[in-house]
Write a protein that binds this ligand. Sequence first.
Ligand code: SF4
Ligand code: SF4
Length: 312
Amino acid sequence: MRIETVWVGRGGQGIVTATYIIANASIIDGFHAIANPEFGAERRGAPVKAFLTISKEPIEDQEPVKTPHVAVVFDDKLLGAMQFVIDAVKPGGYVILNTGKSPQDAAALVGRDDVNIVVIDAIAIARKHLKLDVPNGPLAGAFSKVMGFPSLQSIREAFETQLGKAVEENFAAVKEAYEVAAVIPAKKVDASAKPKGIISTTSAFLTGPYEVVGWREVNKAGAVFPGSSFPYATGGWRIDKPVIDHSKCIMCRKCWLYCPDDAIIEAWVEREGPRGRKFRMKMIDFDYQYCKGCGVCAEVCPTGAIQMVREI
Ligand code: SF4
Ligand code: SF4
């Protein structure tokens, strides 16, 4: 028995730790395991993927996984950019998806009926037990449930050795996910069919248009312009998005001042007054292409005009 898995998410969501926890727990259960992360931009929020292979036999190769039995997706907004990961899952395999959407909507997003789809609201569980948006523990619990290994007890031991802190909170999150993960079985599986694609090893983190520059374009400072802000639509990194109630906004512009991503904009809008007269006025809006959902604007708004609303 040999199970090959790929875990995709964003820097800060605990992807690499999740693979180490499952690898460690599987080894405690008597398996062999090897976990290899593949990083892109070393930035919180940037897409990350990690490979984890578990086997009854010793694992001698360290190759990246190209056609996994299981894909664990930490953020449903990655499904578009990482469709090639979903396409690469073997027919009859599993896609474990962290999402706040209903199982039916989640299954429609995954878009395959020849794989088992596991739906878990790992963010809600992590917020409940850890007060953090780190969904790795619940996804480890969902993995254990559908694969039948590693055991919950071994996952707990792995938390002790790998993390050494917040063990009880993490384990409570794992257990809850184990209990509530919803499994939508594959409808039709042709076990002899090949996956539609393979996972390329370098493109997983390049989710936006980019240009490879030659050495002649690199200046003495080693910088290449423009920076990554324009090519990378960092708005895809959000869990919550800011939403404004204009009736409460007093246009103090504090949100604009504090936004770390220059994602608050002022837009001219046309409004009709009480006597039917049309006039133009400025209003605060968000550039959702670049808003990372940090929530700073909602924190600093003196009137409570901005609410953070769950998006994934
Ligand atoms: S949530 Fe953060 S990034 Fe988005 S608009 Fe508010 S302050 Fe800017
Ligand atoms: S901080 Fe609040 S009140 Fe001030 S401009 Fe922004 S949304 Fe409006």
